[in-house]
Design a protein around this ligand. Structure first.
Ligand code: FE
Length: 298
């Protein structure tokens, strides 16, 4: 069955692109791609032309999420399935594809998260010069796993999960269940990364995206970022280890006022043999060490 291969890129809307430029280079160690202009700040963190793009907008939220597929045929097959499931699929113009630095893409608004999801193939890869971090870090774990994960708010996590299973070929890794209430959180995979996409049920969500995670290749990179974010009073969730992907991470406020997570050391899964698991949402302390503030995070 045709399916999405990995999380490829993210578009971010903001009223303060200058603040994002400073934050991305000072804290994240990202490189500002030379093609950046007033319309798009392209941020590079590996051998792709960019992974994050910051656009001037009147919302502080994610604007679109890019999912990489293998080829044009797969993209068309997934577009047909999304249309069959009731989504309005739009084929991008050549200018839009050029802006994203991909060969071609289609997009639709996910009826659950209301996020614009883009399915693309053929990203621009830059062999040389290699990614040059803007601060002294080892770098990011990306490659076949994609650039990280995106967690979105939805009214109903079970309905959202079904859409991504049926339409884009994702698998459920695990659920957070609150006894008496039900399944409130769903973590989904499209490759060996424990989750590339997750949903939290929250009908009164303040925005579409809850947080975005980037994974470092070195724990020291997380540690030095943690020091920097504590000094700037940006930390919203302290350092800790997650119960499901077993990632050591912390959460901190980006210039748009929502959270990024920086992590290291997550376990990987085998999508071919994985069996769905669940965690009890009422476990004291959230079932993890550290991560103070996680249960109140919005
Ligand atoms: Fe996360």
């Amino acid at each position: 069955m045709a399916q999405v291969n990995r999380l490829g890129y993210l578009g971010i809307g903001t009223g303060d692109a200058d603040a994002w430029r400073g934050y991305a280079t000072d804290v994240l160690g990202h490189e500002v791609a030379p093609a950046s202009d007033d319309h798009a700040l392209y941020l590079r963190m590996d051998d792709h032309h960019h992974r994050l793009t910051v656009h001037p907008a009147d919302v502080e939220d994610a604007l679109y999420v890019g999912w990489e597929v293998g080829d044009a045929e797969t993209m068309d097959a997934l577009a047909a399935r999304a249309e069959h499931a009731g989504a309005q699929v739009v084929r991008a113009t050549p200018e839009e594809a050029a802006d994203r630095r991909v060969l071609d893409l289609v997009h639709f608004v996910d009826p659950h998260s209301q996020l614009r999801m883009e399915l693309y193939y053929g990203p621009e890869i830059i062999f040389t010069p290699p990614y040059a971090p803007s601060r002294a870090i080892a770098g990011y774990k990306t490659g076949d796993l994609g650039f990280g994960h995106v967690v979105a708010y939805v009214p109903d996590a079970e309905k959202a999960a079904r859409f991504y299973e049926d339409v884009l070929g994702f698998g459920v890794t695990d659920w957070i269940v609150v006894p008496g209430i039900g399944r409130i959180g769903c973590f989904m995979h499209c490759n060996a990364r424990h989750h590339s996409l997750a949903f939290f049920a929250n009908p009164a969500a303040p925005r579409r995206v809850q947080h975005v995670m980037l994974e470092h290749t070195s724990l020291d990179d997380v540690g030095t970022a943690y020091d920097m974010c504590r000094e700037r009073e940006l930390v919203n969730v302290t350092l800790g280890r997650h119960l499901n992907d077993r990632m050591v991470s912390f959460y901190f406020q980006n210039p748009s006022g929502w959270n990024f997570e920086l992590g290291w050391g997550a376990r990987e899964i085998d999508p071919d043999t994985w069996s769905v698991q669940h965690y009890n949402g009422l476990t004291p302390g959230g079932g993890e060490w550290g991560h103070d503030g996680l249960l109140n995070m919005t």
